[in-house]
Design a protein around this ligand. Structure first.
Ligand SMILES: [Zn+2]
Length: 84
């Protein structure tokens, strides 16, 4: 199921920043495959929920689409844990 922006609690919605990252799990700046990009928050772009991320090495910010609701829930859980 496709996620909707209404699935994202207000406190986790942030401004869209950085470039589009088609690689999703890879920083396009470092091109490192073994890195955990950090979820900063979510927003919406052209009717789709997007995840805004930061590279823990070069600190560049990117965003990509979230296509599945269960994936969104995983990222939301990650954010909840990080902000505790
Ligand atoms: Zn990077």
């Amino acid at each position: 199921m496709k996620p909707l922006i209404s699935d994202v609690p207000l406190k986790y919605r942030i401004k869209k920043v950085g470039k589009y990252n088609a690689y999703v799990h890879i920083c396009p700046n470092c091109l490192d495959y073994n890195k955990d990009l950090i979820t900063l928050g979510f927003n919406e772009f052209e009717g789709n929920v997007i995840r805004i991320i930061e590279c823990p090495i070069c600190f560049k910010k990117f965003w990509h689409h979230i296509k599945q609701k269960d994936l969104l829930e995983t990222y939301l859980l990650e954010l909840k844990i990080l902000r505790k």
